[in-house]
Design a binder for this molecule. Structure first.
Ligand code: BDR
Ligand code: CA
Length: 317
């Protein structure tokens, strides 16, 4: 089977960590060219360390990890340590990993590797602020045609925001980067809060993951327990939303999601609604002024996503 070449750009982050586990489980299908980190949930030092810790826990130290931007393109970094913990990975005992960080900057890695590839060959999985991707596209516009699609976690339409009333975290942190990516002409699939809030890490689901009985599944449980607790309290649900793993679920089985090709615009100016994603779901805008630029996920088979997650975690037994 030909493997799908992917680059993962993330800010681990508890749900990013589970996303990485899912991708690692399917290396028979996925050729993971590299993991890029960005500042987001916590500082770049911590996201880069956490990515390597997850690689070590999962026995995947052959995948190169590249550190990227330490701050958004034009703004000061806003973090989510109240959700993910001071170290960004509540539930895991953090330590300094043995696995090295690559010397190359993540943006240079993205530019260089895409230059080597064929047109439309590489899929980008993006689960943090889109700073690295926007910087790479601005630095070397020629690489855009090498990207098959960007599957990203970000944005909100019906659900409302999770940082401000109207903005989702990844877009809020670097709206200018998101704007560049959505204007790039590259195909994007946007998995926002409208669907991730349907994929709840309920107690029953965590118990099933625990029952798998291997080290990686146990770690996923230890991460998702406290993570889920924070959001369950906040939203009054049985379990918190499983955001980032939905990107890998989509990559592995797009039939788990329903998407609609729409226009999306990112608010970069308003103080009140900065980071808001204006999704023209009902196609009310003039398509000449606001052409369709994303496949917006609006429905998800949440049971199917958990079945896939369990299947992935079981491969580590
Ligand atoms: C997104 O924000 C981060 O805190 C999570 O890792 C996820 O990528 C959800 O809004
Ligand atoms: Ca994330």
């Amino acid at each position: 089977m030909t493997k799908t070449p992917i680059i993962i750009d993330c800010d681990p982050g508890q749900d990013d960590a589970v996303m990485l586990m899912m991708a690692f489980a399917k290396r028979d299908q996925l050729d993971i060219l590299g993991i890029c980190t960005v500042a987001g949930n916590v500082s770049i030092d911590k996201t880069t360390r956490n990515a390597r810790i997850i690689c070590e826990i999962c026995g995947q130290t052959d995948i190169p990890v590249y550190a990227g931007y330490a701050a958004p393109l034009k703004r000061r970094l806003f973090t989510a340590d109240e959700v993910h913990g001071e170290e960004g990975m509540n539930g895991v005992k953090v330590y300094e990993p043995e696995m090295p960080v690559q010397e190359k900057h993540a943006v240079n890695f993205i530019v260089d590797i895409l230059r080597e590839k064929e047109d439309g060959e590489v899929t980008l999985i993006v689960t943090g602020p889109m700073t690295n991707i926007a910087a790479a596209f601005s630095q070397a516009p020629g690489i855009k045609k090498k990207v098959k699609e960007i599957i990203l976690m970000g944005g909100a339409l019906r659900m409302g925001g999770n940082v401000t009333p109207s903005a989702e975290f990844n877009i809020f942190v670097d709206p200018e980067a998101a704007h560049i990516v959505y204007k790039s002409g590259v195909k994007t699939v946007t998995i926002g809060l409208d669907v991730t809030h349907q994929v709840l890490a309920s107690n029953a689901r965590l118990a099933r993951i625990k029952a798998i009985g291997n080290k990686v599944a146990d770690t996923a449980c230890e991460i998702l327990g406290p993570y889920s607790f924070f959001d369950s309290e906040k939203y009054g649900t049985d379990g918190g939303p499983l955001h980032d793993p939905c990107t890998i679920a989509y990559l592995l089985d797009p039939s788990l999601f329903k998407t609609k090709f729409c226009n999306i615009e990112v608010e970069c100016n308003s103080e009140l609604t900065v980071g808001h994603t204006a999704v023209d779901f009902w196609e009310g805008m003039d398509p000449k002024e606001r052409p369709k630029n994303t496949h917006w996920a609006y429905e998800v088979d949440d049971k199917g996503v958990y079945r896939l997650l369990e299947e992935c975690l079981a491969t580590f037994s």
